[in-house]
Design a protein around this ligand. Sequence first.
Ligand code: SAM
Length: 360
Amino acid sequence: MKAETENLPCVKVEKRRGEEIRRALKELELLRTDAKINSDADFIYLPLIRALKEAEKREIGVAELLTREFAVLEPRRSIEDIVGLKPSYEIIGDIAVLTDVINGTNDQLVAHALMSLHKNIKVVAKRISPVEGVFRKRKMEIIAGENRTETVHKENGCKYKLNLETVYFNPRLAGERNRVAVQVRDSKEEIIDMFAGVGSFSIQVAKRARQSHVAAIDINPDAIRYLQENIRLNGVRNIEAIEGDVREIYVKFRNKADRIIMNLPKSAYSFLREALCMLNPQGGIIHFYDVVSSYSDLSDEKRKSLEIAINKAKERLTAKIEEACEQEEFHFQLEILEARKVKPYAPYAYIIGIDAKVKK
Ligand SMILES: C[S@@+](CC[C@H](N)C(=O)[O-])C[C@H]1O[C@@H](n2cnc3c(N)ncnc32)[C@H](O)[C@@H]1O
């Protein structure tokens, strides 16, 4: 970054008090953070936005004010400054993924701007298909940087190795994964992640609840291979990675689960019978995810429309649980604990999460 010099008001403080005073000035928003602090043998000089008032000097505990020359850094340029538009992208590990599937004209420009702004980005890729098929994969095209789609993503203190083209991974569910992991903290439960992918829920949950056991199931062999690697990477021992169709595997876990994670939006309803069979008859919790249609911006009218959509999803889940319980002749009690928006999914659509408690 290019630096120019400017004469600025500043405070002169003894070096031993430098950090304390710097923090105080920063907190009061009086420090010029774009100017480089300078020093000599005994003192440091902290550049200011403006000269201090007497009361401020007393509050901070400084006496000596002067004017001095400081190197001033150019403000950091944003991607918008460089390319003249706000591209939509997400960062997974060291790969930036352009998420706007339609507009391709500026891809190269955006890719090189991203790499110059974020030195940790080694690859820029672009989504070229929606999430498809049983494995929920999507196709990618490399736009710039190294020719690979494998990376290691860090989230909430966990590491996930994954390949963007062969497995599903969504960095925007980090908050949701943390929410579920916080609920199980220090618990001793049997937890089943029915659609585990590379272990994004399972590993966070297993890390927080070392006494719990997590059965992480996925039908995609690549996801299971990464899951096994991620179990090693994160040093978690209380996870069992199981490859296969949960429609067959569930029989092994009949009546065992205290908690079930069902992250297969749009299709999870058709697995409710298996989930209910696996639930502990004493009662257990299902974390259920779905996609609902609503407006994308949340002004008052539109917020109402999302509320209506979430209520409909609650009713649908209730009806489907009833139906599955009747099929299996379970007498059951159902309580919807919570239903909420998780994240935008597409224009006019959201992923929502519903926590349901079921005793059968
Ligand atoms: C939306 S992804 C969720 C992955 C992971 N839970 C996450 O949040 O990153 C759904 C996963 O379910 C898996 N899947 C789909 N049908 C399945 C089935 N019948 N049995 C087991 N896994 C299945 C897919 O391979 C995919 O990895």
